[in-house]
Design a protein around this ligand. Structure first.
Ligand code: 2IT
Length: 447
């Protein structure tokens, strides 16, 4: 493979799809050397095949708002690659959602799901629907309208969506209710992130954040260090940041910042249970304002408008909100302020210049597809429980999640260890994830 030739071809076919092209370039550049040791990959055109989705569904979603007005949105499901199992990946509801965004997320999902070592193919979907300011009834009607189209293309052995930005437990409930009614079957494996009691797994809400902290714990230990007393800056206040904040606090770290689209809250004396619980309320309110944390806890949280979490001095930076949220200048400010580790929890949360800056400064950098894989891994465990009609305890799920994250970490080290002994986690995750999919594609023939 010659990365530049493949990218030129892809750019010509997909002009302007910048996030998708960015995600593909990162993977190809890091796997190139290993790929070229395998003439069987080149002969089967694995790379040329893997960069194009199996198929994309795009559909109109029509619903009526609380004022009686008709609203029209676009819905999508990208079924990217099924070499390892039925398509699996979240649904994102956000006004910026478009085909390029979902293709980048679907592409990343292939390798992330591969890293979990579970039988999960890669997919992603969503809509340009904006949940901010919507009532509960509007959310329900939108989810029902979305499912009117999507239902035919999902199912436990076909494609199993879950949540992502803008889609949490409430939305999965409404989506599943509509699915069950339209499909006339209680096929619990058709969606994950369900609530406990009707097919959901304990620990799924916490899993992405907990898993990320398990991974970071290993990064820190690799350097003979510990999480105890480490100051952590997080962006976001959704499910992912919520889980990460709790687990990091439990392991002795101190959360010093959380941020939202409106600004940053600097936290003094760490976060407590009341604050964790309030993060859930802030998310459910659909106000999308982190300032509310400072209004509720004025003695603990100080709000600054228009600033990111990365202005706060910390030991560990963990972007947990959105792609490309941490830019090169943010990385440089973190480095100047003495950051010791960076772990991307949001998919592609760091811009390429930021990753390069961390790596050049010798700061261990964990890439999203490895760090955040605990979410989809626990979705895989939810599907296992659904298929076996069993419920594992929270401890059982957490143990399996922890083992999966440890195994992913070990894979990243195995494939990412460089001659100088340093670990390139980006390279390790991409090669490890890619090899499993490529070998499955070879075994399954030209199809
Ligand atoms: O980015 C992700 O891995 C997710 N949004 C979760 C996907 C899933 O199927 O649980």
């Amino acid at each position: 493979m010659k990365v530049n030739e493949i990218m030129a071809n892809l750019e010509a076919k997909h002009p302007g799809e910048n996030e998708y092209l960015q995600a593909v370039r990162e993977v190809l550049e890091t796997i190139e050397e290993e790929y070229n040791k395998h003439p069987e990959f080149e002969a089967a055109k694995i790379v040329e095949r893997i960069v194009e989705p199996d198929r994309i569904f795009k559909f109109r979603v029509v619903w009526v708002d609380d004022k009686g007005q008709t609203q029209v949105n676009l819905g999508y499901r990208v079924q990217f690659n099924a070499a390892l199992g039925a398509y699996k990946g979240g649904l994102r509801f956000h006004p910026k959602v478009n085909e390029s965004m979902l293709k980048f997320l679907g592409f990343e999902q292939i390798f992330k799901n591969s890293l979990t070592n579970l039988p999960l193919g890669g997919g992603k979907g969503g809509s340009d629907f904006d949940p901010v300011g919507k009532s509960d009834a509007e959310i329900m009607r939108f989810c029902q309208a979305f499912m009117y189209e999507l239902w035919r293309n999902i199912g436990a052995d076909q494609d199993s969506p879950a949540g992502d930005v803008g889609v949490g437990g409430r939305e999965i409930g409404y989506l599943y209710g509509a699915y069950k009614k339209i499909a006339r079957e209680h096929s619990t494996g058709a969606l994950t992130g369900k609530s406990y009691g009707w097919g959901g797994s304990l620990m799924r809400p916490e899993a992405t954040g907990f898993g990320a902290v398990y991974y970071v714990d290993r990064m820190v230990k690799q350097n003979g260090d510990t999480l105890k007393g480490k100051k952590i800056a997080l962006s976001g206040f959704g499910n992912v940041a919520w889980g990460a904040a709790q687990k990091a606090t439990e392991l002795g770290a101190e959360i010093v910042a959380i941020s939202g689209p409106d600004g940053v809250c600097e936290i003094s004396g760490g976060m407590n249970q009341e604050m964790f619980d309030y993060m859930l309320e802030m998310r459910a309110s659909n106000h999308n304002k982190v300032e509310e944390m400072a209004q509720k806890f004025p003695a603990k949280a100080k709000f600054t408008a228009g600033k990111k979490a990365w202005v706060v001095k910390c030991d560990i930076a963990m972007p947990c909100a959105f792609q490309n949220e941490l830019a090169e200048e943010d990385a440089k400010m973190l480095i100047a302020n003495g950051v010791k580790y960076a772990a991307e929890v949001s998919n592609m949360g760091c811009q390429p210049g930021a990753i390069a800056a961390f790596q050049a400064a010798g700061i261990p950098f964990g890439p999203g597809k490895a760090v955040n894989a605990g979410g989809v891994a626990t979705s895989g465990l939810e599907i296992c429980q659904n298929a076996g009609h069993i419920n594992w305890t929270a401890e059982e799920v957490d143990q399996k999640l922890h083992k999966i994250m440890n195994d992913i970490y070990d894979l990243c080290v195995k494939y990412g260890k460089q001659a100088d002994g340093k670990i390139n986690y980006v390279k390790g995750a991409n090669i490890a994830g890619f090899m499993r999919v490529a070998n499955a594609m070879i075994a399954q023939g030209i199809i």
